[in-house]
Design a protein around this ligand. Sequence first.
Ligand code: GDG
Length: 473
Amino acid sequence: MSRLIVISNRVSAPKARSAGGAQGGLSVALAAALREYRGLWFGWSGNKTDEFTGHIDLQRHEGVTTATIDLEEQDVDEYYNGYANRTLWPLFHYRIDLAEYDRSFGSGYERVNERFAETVAPLIEPDDLVWVHDYHLIPLGMQLRERRLKNRIGFFLHIPWPPQRLLVSLPFHQRLVRSMLAYDLIGFQTEEWLDSFHHYIEREMGGTVEADGTICVGNRRVKAAAFPIGIDAAEFSGAVASDTARMANERLRRSVEDKHVIIGVDRLDYSKGLAERFLGYRRFLEEHDDCRGRVSFLQIAPPSRGEVHTYEHIREQLDELSGRINGEFAEIDWVPIRYVNQGYPREELAGFYRAAEIALVTPLRDGMNLVAKEYVAAQDPENPGVLILSRFAGAALQLKEALLVNPYSKDEISDAIAKALDMPKVERIRRWRAMMDSIEGEDVVWWRKAFVDALQSVGEGQSETEKPVELQE
Ligand code: GDG
């Protein structure tokens, strides 16, 4: 079996994974995907250094070997807070109004990708499969090819691929996409993002797409396909059955007495549709005054990316909105929204999901969304809760039995809450079973295997025979 070299922006320490926090879906999924696989996980430690040295910190925990590097402050500002989170993240989530274009971000992004390539290349052996993750590292494959790496190299994008008409607002968009042609396999979360990628390739690069998903641009042939990411369903069931989860469940239930619990769990991010969700809940309280005092909405939202201004702004907006709704509807013995800006350990989270009769997972745009799957996996099969899910989350393509809503519509959110509260148990069980079949059948191990098998079977030696990718516009 070849070794698997996984490369992502951050490598999460096992301690942080179990302690909880806003570490994000990518690290949760990768930690699960790498367990029981011979390989290495390379990325940024999350620490800063005065001067970049390329020193690699190798560690082994719970069967996973991690190799991390520190970055300079300027790298973090331009590459991570800059190009990745102020340019690509908003643009790829259809928010061109929030995307910032700054020459220094682009050069910092390319510099850090070169630093990653320079440092990781000596760790890669000829038979290794290399799997690069996410929007922080789009040009890394090309950088590795420039260092004469002949290995099979795949790339997986965890976030949406935006429509061509939005992507062209990115300066040097062709340069970025052309660098992707250095990969042997490009994976997206869903067919929808794959379609947008095809469209871009055809319209902007004059390329073609063959029936088996091979993309042809000039002399480059690259496979592209959808691989919807899953959760570690077995591990999650274990977490739900733990004593910690049971105690967390009881703690939450005790605190709300006989009220119906509605839960939301999201990194504090504008793409997650939290303000719209709060307004949808407010509409529900307005329209269903008999339900006031009978429901309790718990929103867990650990802050993330605090160094980026738009995240400060969304935080202020939500503080204000939750305060206003509570001021408007609260009684001396009832608070409509509990809005909590902290992360909880994974097992406690599992207990909270289990205690909730409804989950509101309403991102405005999301590559997949693992919270939706975790909520379903945490339910009692005999008496499951109801998932209210945004149509614009990648997960909606698999979890069709959720109550699907337009997250921009207060009315749809309000109606879905009312419908969920009234839903008969047989219907809840039927919907839950269908969703659970998909979550168990297409879990994180299935995802890893589907991607790695596809990477393994791309034409051998393809990269050796072809010219390096030209980056000129
Ligand atoms: C990106 C894409 C895609 C959240 N709060 C706590 C906590 N979390 C965990 C959840 C879940 C993860 O963080 C969030 O994953 P999502 O998938 O919902 O969202 P992103 O972070 O935006 O992830 C997304 C994903 O990558 C994977 O490809 O699905 O579309 O945007 O696992 O449980 N975990 C703990 N405490 C918390 O308070 N322990």
